[in-house]
Design a protein. Structure first.
Length: 266
């Protein structure tokens, strides 16, 4: 059994067949250690989201293997949280009830949900909502919240069961800059406190620099890894720090790599 939280070993993926075949990923080798915060950046269509879906066993490679917590992805119910660009809240449930949903279905919490621990679970939800500024909105319904508030609630739902692995697919991409930066700070605080393994897909290079400990830069389709960057910025990071020379140079490096690889395929 490996010591990594996630491993991609020679992974490739093609969608469609014959003349309609599209090769999305080509020989991805990547190890992610427990507690790392890894960002995937690259042009649209390079397979970033496909890699996330493979970790969650929502997709599978044509060749190679994806290992999660030492076992083939999907072979064992790993503790995984997911948050996407468009939060999918059930409109007939309150924010509290939406955030609590994983506790009803994820072991070992589901065995105790209807027993004496239900109030403890409610307290857990409220504590997490307070961390992201939604303390007073627990009993509101999704349609009563702004887009930024919904994304905060979605993040809470992904974290409520203390997942070992957190998968984030452009979770802040649809938000305005100020709301997005506020969520960066909230997520950084939660990661520093809990240290889940995080895999983040983003097109925002400042977001990758602010949040991650490693950045994987990918080429245009078929996606390949063109650089694996250890982020040198100290934590806790600040929004102002993303405009400092070291952070700007990091973003310029990522942009140059993406521009060069895109030019090479045009």
């Amino acid at each position: 059994m490996g010591s990594n939280a996630v491993e991609f070993d020679g992974v490739s993926r093609t969608f469609g067949a014959d003349t309609a075949a599209v090769r999305a990923l080509d020989i991805i080798d990547l190890d992610i250690a427990p507690g790392e915060f890894v960002a995937l950046v690259g042009p649209s269509g390079c397979g970033k989201s496909t890699l996330l879906r493979m970790v969650a066993a929502l997709d599978h490679p044509d060749h190679g293997a994806v290992t999660v917590a030492g076992r083939e992805a999907g072979a064992k119910a790993a503790s995984i949280g997911l948050a996407f660009q468009n939060p999918t809240m059930l409109p007939w449930l309150t924010v509290e009830a939406n955030v609590m949903l994983p506790l009803k279905i994820v072991p070992p919490y589901r065995q105790h949900f209807r027993q004496e621990k239900r109030q403890a679970f409610r307290d857990r939800v409220h504590a997490l909502l307070e961390r992201v500024g939604l303390k007073d909105f627990a009993l509101k319904y999704p349609w009563q919240l702004s887009g930024g508030m919904l994304q905060r609630a979605s993040l809470c739902r992904a974290l409520i069961h203390d997942p070992q692995i957190l998968l984030l697919d452009e979770p802040f991409g649809a938000l305005d800059q100020f709301t997005r930066e506020g969520l960066w700070r909230s997520l950084q605080d939660i990661w520093i406190e809990r240290r889940p393994t995080v895999l983040l897909v983003t097109h925002d290079l400042r977001e990758a620099a602010f949040l991650s400990s490693r950045i994987i830069v990918m080429s245009p389709r078929p996606g390949r890894i063109v650089d694996d960057i250890v982020v040198p910025l100290v934590r806790p990071r600040t929004i102002a720090g993303t405009y400092e020379p070291e952070a700007v140079a990091l973003c310029q490096r990522m942009r140059m790599l993406i521009d060069v690889t895109e030019a090479g395929t045009s």
